[in-house]
Ligand binder design. Structure first.
Ligand SMILES: [Zn+2]
Length: 146
């Protein structure tokens, strides 16, 4: 089979495969769904391809891995001791991209919520995180309809 992807398309696809349907993301989806929220997953056409999109609330949710996206103060967000320069540069790029994407979405009128992986790593935490999110979402909707 002929591979017709350009290198950038390929790396884009690879990163999507890696980041798609991760365990914490599924835990959050299940918990939110259980609370009655309906959403789309991996809707294309939005900056940064948010993990969950709730059009009714004009809200997007990113589920971020604490290590890759540098969860502030999190014990998972360590820096490897070898090749430190490489890692620091990579982390900086990730964090900058996250900021840029959030800004683009906010400018387009979206409310952006980031959920960290460590807040979803047990069933109980996923439920309580979804509960907090649910309250925020209802408040958003109430504010919108004023
Ligand atoms: Zn964390």
């Amino acid at each position: 089979m002929v591979d017709t992807l350009t290198p950038s398309q390929r790396s884009e696809r690879m990163s999507r495969i890696r980041s798609r349907d991760t365990k914490p993301e599924i835990a959050l989806r299940k918990a939110l769904h259980g609370l009655g929220f309906r959403f789309r997953v991996h809707k294309t056409g939005l900056p940064g391809k948010p993990d969950l999109v709730l059009p009714k609330y004009r809200c997007v949710i990113f589920v971020h891995g604490c290590f890759w996206h540098r969860h502030p103060g999190c014990k998972v967000a360590t820096t490897p001791k070898s090749n430190t320069g490489f890692w620091v540069e990579k982390f900086t790029r990730n964090v900058e991209r996250d900021k840029r994407v959030s800004k683009q979405l906010e400018e387009a009128g979206w409310h952006v919520i980031t959920v960290w992986e460590c807040d979803l790593d047990t069933h109980a935490k996923a439920l309580s995180t979804a509960g907090v999110l649910g309250r925020d979402l209802r408040m958003l909707l109430a504010a919108k309809s004023k």
